[in-house]
Design a protein around this ligand. Structure first.
Ligand code: NAG
Ligand code: NAG
Length: 252
């Protein structure tokens, strides 16, 4: 809304194409966690590619996803007796029930364009807790951008993958996990092929990466509270929560 009115104000002094470039489109509005029906308008439960397990020790279900005060909260609960899962040919024990949501729409950085993802997140960094706010390829893999990932070590990680072994990463000390922190990630086409990825936390730029061949590739947006796996084990015996509010996705 703001940028539209800015574009209108600037119209008399700009060419129409310059004015057009000022416009952004809202793809997911900040109201998306105002109610369960708003959540369900924009997101599906579990992983957006289907399935309720992935690469860690949690099985996702909608009972561990809740909305309150315009905030989405995922809760991981220790359980026993769950069947194990497999990922990449490995058997992974399931020790938690937890929550994941995936955006119904796919996000694509077009040639000459970009995308902005922003949210306030409150996440744990204790061993065995693996919350994440991330983008991953709809077709094949990569692209993957971990806009925020916490792997149980007191840090937040920002990652952009070219291949499973060629990636840019930045691990930053994550203070005050009991508070919400502002995360913003901007993806911008640089040359019709590659995408520059910038990561901010609490308004400060943390890292700038380039994702090779990301332009034109559709992406899933995933918000999940995985457990154990890359964050170590055993995880906590009590409940762990991961909360997110003020999520907004726009074009740049
Ligand atoms: C990924 O690929 C892009 C495009 O070729 C390149 O600019 C970037 O440096 C690569 N990242 C790494 C970690 O090699
Ligand atoms: C743990 O989370 C589950 C699922 O949200 C809830 O039913 C249960 O009451 C919680 N346990 C505690 C001790 O808070």
């Amino acid at each position: 809304m703001l940028s539209l009115s800015v574009a209108v104000l600037l119209l008399p002094v700009l060419t129409s194409s310059a004015a057009l470039s000022q416009r952004t489109t809202t793809l997911i509005p900040k109201t998306c966690f105002d109610s369960t029906s708003a959540l369900e308008q924009y997101f599906t439960y579990n992983y957006p590619w289907g399935g309720n397990t992935h690469n860690g020790g949690a099985r996702m279900d909608s009972a561990h996803v809740s909305i309150s005060s315009s905030t989405l909260t995922l809760t991981a609960q220790k359980v026993s007796g769950q069947p194990s899962t497999t990922h990449g040919g490995k058997t992974i024990p399931i020790n938690y029930l937890s929550g994941a949501v995936g955006a119904k729409q796919h996000f694509t950085v077009p040639k000459g364009g970009g995308l902005s993802f922003s949210a306030s997140l409150k996440a744990t960094t204790t061993k065995g807790t693996w919350p994440a706010f991330w983008l991953t390829a709809v077709n094949g893999w990569p692209p993957e951008v971990d806009m925020a990932e916490w792997k149980g070590s007191g840090k937040i990680s920002f990652n952009t993958f070219n291949t499973s072994s060629v990636l840019s990463w930045k691990d930053v000390t994550y203070s005050s996990p009991e508070s919400f922190h502002e995360i913003r990630c901007e993806l911008r086409d640089v040359n019709g092929k590659d995408v520059q990825v910038k990561f901010w936390m609490d308004g400060a730029l943390q890292a700038t990466h380039v994702g090779g061949g990301y332009t034109g590739q559709p992406l899933y947006l995933v918000i999940n509270l995985q457990m154990e796996g890359s964050s170590g084990s055993p995880g906590p015996s009590g409940n762990t929560t991961y909360s997110i509010k003020n999520l907004e996705v726009t074009t740049l």
